[in-house]
Design a protein around this ligand. Structure first.
Ligand code: MUC
Ligand code: MG
Length: 375
């Protein structure tokens, strides 16, 4: 097999969300995705996605920065490279640029998609095979309004789309947040699991008080209550409470996993392909967690369909995924840039079956939503 990378294109795409989505650090009314199109000399194109949340307010790479990094540094580094050797391509990218894991993840996805199409197999097969063909998916209630969140949860339970709900907190006072969460949990009772994501907004003192109340209210999981740098705080909270504590912003790749497991900082790790720098790096992170007996959760950067399905292929291949996933990104968007949107039913996301990611770009939609269409 012989194929060289001929071009890597990074396209900024802005898609509106179905409602405002409030996190502790940003309110999203649209999502900006960086779509990667990687072409090779055998005529095969791979697609990938590198997406973050709230510009630079969540992560260290902005959509515009990701595009610049790809255009200026990563695409030239890959030009002429063997498109079929993904490990060697990633070594090359890691030499060409430090960090920039979101950008690298988007390119790795495109390489895997192309290779899957070339061989006529799904991306999960390139990862050794899917342990599961469907993935449980939770929904995040983040309208900012308690009554509206309860209505939304009731509707989604009735539609059998989600039975686990994550609440984004940390914007308001601990007392207000606890009251909001407790009302929702009381309304849903045992019919749903309820988790919270504080997105680093609490001090250790706030967290101790907040988690005590949330535990008493029957909340199932507490995600990243304290700043990611404060690993000691996370470890003390994990030791203090029975309700499991999950690290999200605090864990990127395998090196973080090693440090966090060594110091017993968290009961659960949120894995994301973008944070780790690609699917393979996410899987290496999972291996460290498995070795330490830490449970795993399939996280999202609220990617659209391409990034979410890439994550799904990766998560499908993990031996352990005790906490399911939150790959609901496509459902938060009003429209899509793929021809067939991912299938969600009976509380699960169903992996597409076709070669590569199993997705096709809808060229008209891409042309409509790309930011540079007027250029
Ligand atoms: C995060 O921090 O987990 C996941 C779901 C959601 O609403 O935001 C993301 C990011
Ligand atoms: Mg989180």
């Amino acid at each position: 097999m012989n194929a060289q990378v001929t071009s890597v294109e990074a396209i900024l795409v802005d898609l509106p969300t179905i409602r405002a989505h409030q996190l502790s650090m940003a309110t999203m009314r649209q999502q900006t995705m960086v779509i990667v199109r990687l072409r090779s000399s055998d005529g095969i194109e791979g697609i990938g996605e590198a997406t973050t949340i709230g510009g630079l307010s969540y992560g260290e790479e902005s959509p515009e920065g990701i595009k610049l990094t790809i255009d200026r540094y990563l695409a030239p580094a890959l030009a002429g490279h063997d498109a079929t050797n993904i490990n060697a391509a990633m070594v090359k990218l890691n030499k060409a640029a430090r960090g920039n894991r979101f950008a690298k993840s988007g390119i790795e996805t495109a390489l895997l998609d192309a290779q899957g199409k070339r061989l006529g197999v799904p991306v999960s097969a390139l990862l050794g095979g899917a342990v599961r063909k469907t993935l449980p998916v939770l929904w995040t209630l983040a309208s900012g309004d308690t009554g509206r969140d309860i209505e939304e949860a009731e509707m989604l339970l009735a539609e059998r789309r989600h039975h686990t709900f994550k609440l984004k907190i940390g914007r308001r006072s601990v007392r207000e947040d606890v009251a909001h969460v407790s009302k929702i949990k009381a309304a849903l009772g045992d019919r749903a699991k309820v988790t919270v994501d504080v997105n680093q907004a609490w001090s250790e003192i706030d967290a101790a008080a907040g988690i005590a109340s949330l535990e008493a209210a029957g909340i199932d999981l507490i995600e990243q209550p304290t700043p990611r740098e404060h690993r000691g705080a996370l470890a003390r909270l994990a030791a203090r409470f029975i309700v499991p504590i999950m690290a999200d912003e605090g864990i990127t790749g395998p090196e973080d996993a090693l440090d966090l497991t060594r110091d017993a900082c968290a009961d659960v790790f949120a894995l994301k392909i973008a944070k780790a720098g690609g699917i393979y790096a996410m899987m290496r992170t999972a291996a460290v967690a498995d070795a330490a007996g830490v449970q795993l959760y399939g996280g999202t950067m609220l990617e659209g369909s391409i990034g979410s399905i890439a994550s799904a292929h990766g998560f499908s291949a993990l031996p352990q995924l005790s906490w399911g996933t939150e790959l609901f990104g496509p459902l938060l968007l009003k429209d899509d840039i793929v021809t067939a949107r991912p299938a969600y039913r009976d509380f699960d996301l169903h992996l597409p079956e076709g070669p590569g990611l199993g997705l096709q770009i809808d060229e008209d939609k891409l042309a409509f939503y790309r930011r540079d269409k007027d250029a």
